[in-house]
Design a protein around this ligand. Structure first.
Ligand code: 3PG
Length: 306
């Protein structure tokens, strides 16, 4: 049984070592493909793999065509917009993710970016504090809940909105539950985006929501760049001098923003949210454990496709 760990953005060394130990302990063969440069390199590595672990690596119908022996793919992480689930089903491949395993790292990154911006990029210029500011959490899943917890520690006033989570779950965290995204944005100076990217959420963070934000408006995106409507983003930068955008990773219109709005944005060069030793270890270990469990007992608890 061959397990391919294909990570264009490699796991921390300590995490890769633990994953290998668990693959060895199960009596399987471990193969690591890191920093690969093309889809064809990935396709040739997966051709004789029985199981596959990926991060944001693209698992497309074409890749699955090449993966003749593949039975299971596990996305070591939460968001699975990189997996073609219908193609997985057509190819009889079980697709899973590892929800919750890297959420704290992503929530911490939101605050790291917020603090950097609040303190004027550590430039020596006077900045602002987080205490007493309002923060709205858009999406109250695993990451949103950690953001709520940390926001409380900073003395922020916290609200959340999630159409799929019951209000009493949100209020159970001692924070306010909003009835709509519009209400959330109209009340909060900071908005933390913690929603997945899918057909429903693509370009859904738009001018109608953003323009309602009170001053100063700081949008923090540790989710996916695709959930933002970029025309609206540019309009906000142009119309609202108080508007700041902090994003893991940069939008497609990055060059325009860099040219005109210096000091009002922060973009990571590569997706950084889950780039900690702890998150890599948690997600990677969960992924290999799920694979071993699937082969040994048939457990499909984290299955995403039908
Ligand atoms: C996730 O969805 O789990 C995070 O965005 C992490 O993505 P990454 O594994 O590519 O860093």
């Amino acid at each position: 049984m061959k397990v391919l760990v294909a990570t264009e953005k490699p796991f921390a060394e300590i995490a890769a070592r633990k994953i290998k130990e668990l693959i060895d302990a199960a009596g399987y063969e471990a193969v690591f493909l890191e920093n690969y440069k093309s889809a064809s390199e990935f396709a040739s590595a997966v051709s004789d793999a029985d199981a596959l672990i990926v991060r944001s690596d693209i698992v497309s119908a074409e890749l699955l065509d090449a993966a003749k022996r593949l039975k299971i793919v596990v996305r070591a992480g939460a968001g699975y917009d990189n997996l073609d689930l219908e193609a997985c089903t057509r190819h009889n491949v079980v697709a899973m993710n590892t929800p919750g395993q890297n959420s704290n790292a992503v929530a911490e990154l939101a605050f790291e970016m917020m603090l950097y911006m609040a303190r004027s990029g550590f430039s020596g210029k006077s900045g602002t504090e987080l205490r007493g500011k309002t923060i709205g959490i858009h999406g109250f899943g695993n990451v949103g809940r950690y953001v709520a917890e940390i926001s409380g520690g900073f003395g922020m006033t916290v609200s959340a909105f999630d159409p799929y989570i019951a209000e009493d779950v949100i209020t159970g965290y001692g924070i306010r539950a909003c009835k709509s995204a519009k209400e959330l944005y109209s009340e909060c100076q900071y908005i933390s985006l913690n929603i997945p990217f899918n057909k429903e959420t693509g370009s859904s963070v738009n001018y109608s929501l953003l323009s309602g934000m009170p001053v100063p408006a700081v949008l923090v995106n540790t989710a996916r760049k695709e959930i933002i409507d970029e025309e609206s983003l540019l309009k906000m930068f142009a119309e609202r001098p108080d508007f700041r955008y902090l994003s893991d990773v940069a939008p497609d219109c990055k060059a325009l923003i860099e040219e005109k709005y210096s000091g009002r944005f922060l973009f990571t060069a590569k997706k950084m949210g889950a780039q900690t030793e702890e998150a890599n270890s948690n997600a990677g270990i969960a992924a290999i454990n799920q694979i071993v469990d699937y082969f040994k007992t048939g457990n499909q608890k984290f299955r995403l496709n039908k």
